[in-house]
Structures are given as C-alpha cells and as structure tokens.
Ligand binder design. Structure first.
Ligand code: AMP
Length: 127
C-alpha cells in the first residue's frame, strides 16, 4: 500500500512559509524548530522538507541525499542545544511517532528532540 501525504497538514504549511515557526536550523533538505507545546526544557522538532508521512516512509523512499542531510541535521540540532550524549552533554530522547498506534498527530515526519531533564521511562506501563 502506498503512503498518502496530506499537503494541508500544519508542518507542510510551515515548510511553505504559510505559518511561522521558531527555527533552530535549516539545511537543504531539513528544517528544525521549537515545538509549540514543549514537554521538556528542550523540545525541538526536526523535519525533512520532502513530503514524507512518517519515518518508515522516509527510510524506504527518500533519496540518499535527503537521508544524509536529515540524519546530520538531527545530530547538529542535538549538539546546538547541548543535549548530545557525549562527554559535554547530558543526553536526550529522540521520538518519531508514526501512524495510529504511534499516536502521530501531524502526518509529516518529524523527530522530537527532547532533553534538559531526566525523561523517565521510555513508555508508560501498559494499561
Ligand atoms: P506528534 O504527536 O508526534 O505528531 O507531535 C506533533 C507535535 O507538533 C506536538 O508536540 C505539537 O505540540 C507540535 N506542534 C503542533 N503544531 C505546531 C506548530 N505550529 N509549531 C510547532 N509545533 C507544533
């Protein structure tokens, strides 16, 4: 089955410049900006500029150049924000929600970069 991209999603509008954002980093194929409703002291979203619904869509169909650019952008953002997990940083969590079970709200791939505090367990206990 094909992935179906809705070009009216809010991140598509941000990428087209129709809605403002607080940009952290822009590269040829990627954009990173602060989440509007931060869940941690550091909460930045990193997006590819291409029309990809979710991470698996991107990983399967993006060009090598897009994948390289996006992967490097995530690393650069971590380092710029001081949440990289090297000797100088305290680390972070990267989250890419996908689809219904992943409870993805905005259907354009974005990686959440969360940090600035201890983030607790990866998932809440199953109900
Ligand atoms: P997800 O559930 O992974 O799709 O997360 C969507 C994220 O987008 C949430 O953390 C929202 O707070 C964030 N968000 C929604 N609208 C905006 C916006 N206009 N600017 C920045 N972040 C947004």
């Amino acid at each position: 089955m094909a992935y179906i991209y809705d070009d009216q999603n809010i991140f598509a509008k941000i990428l087209r410049g129709e809605i403002p954002n607080r940009t952290v980093l822009e590269t040829e194929h990627s954009l990173a900006f602060h989440d509007i409703n931060p869940q941690a002291p550091v909460h930045v979203l990193v997006l590819p500029k291409g029309s990809y619904v979710c991470y698996d869509h991107f990983a399967l169909e993006a060009s090598d150049a897009e994948i390289l650019d996006f992967t490097r952008a995530v690393g650069q953002v971590c380092k710029m924000l001081g949440v990289q997990a090297d000797a100088a940083g305290d680390g972070c969590r990267l989250i890419a929600n996908a689809g219904a079970h992943g409870v993805q709200e905005v259907p354009h791939l974005h990686v959440h970069v969360l940090g600035g505090r201890i983030l607790g367990r990866m998932l809440p206990p199953a109900e």
